[in-house]
Design a protein around this ligand. Structure first.
Ligand SMILES: *Cc1c(COP(=O)(O)O)cnc(C)c1O
Length: 240
């Protein structure tokens, strides 16, 4: 079995190659290492190889790691899981980014709860790009209204868009989703040129395709940290 460090270097090599293949600069795509359900020791191993941005989905699991790694002052935590409105406080107090904003109420709560001595929380609006009934995220038509709310709140900074397309093995379908996202993101950038610079799309299975369609951040878990246990921590855990 390969180590986290070895996996990490394989992923960064693939990322570089995907940039080259798309005629893009190597540093134009950020790697978010998705460490959900994995121990702080594996985050530390990845950090030691130079990785700084980590993605987490489950609050309690994340807070344990954030506390354990508190001494790493340049580490950057991204919350990428579904967020209920009664769970916003720990995100406001402990994270640098929220990538899954999908409603105004959550934006307003995060703004109120963001400590004044912290930099504004960087926010991506999650887009339900496949129009699936059960998926979280806003529909494309609702992006401008939510973006305007985020932009008006001093505790938040609007950074861009994020999506999780439907699971599909058809590259043409995925390419169409990524292409739509790129267009929505370009439009948003014209409205907020000073802050919007991030388009988060692409995971372990579709990283190269997402990069070919303009992704500026890929979120990679399994290929760095290994497969996760089938049963992940309960997302409905109570935490205030
Ligand atoms: C788990 C997760 C990932 C990483 O998925 P892998 O298939 O393990 O690379 C990326 N984005 C989100 C939102 C996730 O929840």
């Amino acid at each position: 079995m390969s180590t986290t460090a070895e996996n990490y270097h394989k992923v960064t090599a693939r990322l570089r190659q995907a940039c080259l293949d798309s005629g893009r600069a190597e540093n134009s795509v950020r790697l978010l290492a998705v460490s959900k359900t994995k121990p702080a020791s594996q985050v530390l191993e990845c950090y030691a190889e130079g990785q700084r941005a980590f993605g987490e989905n489950y609050l309690q699991d994340a807070l344990d790691k954030i506390t354990a790694l508190d001494h790493l002052t340049d580490i950057e935590w991204h919350f990428i899981g579904p967020l209920q409105s009664n769970k916003t406080r720990p995100v406001a107090e402990h994270f640098h980014w929220l990538e899954t904003l999908d409603r105004e109420k959550i934006a307003r709560r995060l703004n109120e709860q963001r400590p004044s001595d912290m930099a504004p929380l960087k926010v991506l609006i999650q887009v339900n790009i496949s129009g699936e009934a059960q998926k979280s995220g806003v529909l494309p038509d609702d992006i401008p209204a939510l973006a305007a709310v985020v932009d008006s709140l001093p505790g938040l900074t609007l950074k861009g868009l994020m999506c999780i397309p439907e699971a599909s093995s058809d590259d043409d379908v995925l390419a169409e989703r990524f292409n739509s996202m790129q267009q929505l993101w370009q439009t948003l950038r014209l409205s907020y040129p000073g802050s919007v610079d991030t388009l988060s799309m692409g995971m372990s299975a579709d990283m190269a395709l997402a990069i070919a369609h303009g992704s500026t951040e890929v979120r990679i878990g399994t290929d760095i940290f290994g497969a996760r246990a089938v049963r992940e921590p309960d997302t409905k855990e109570t935490h205030s």
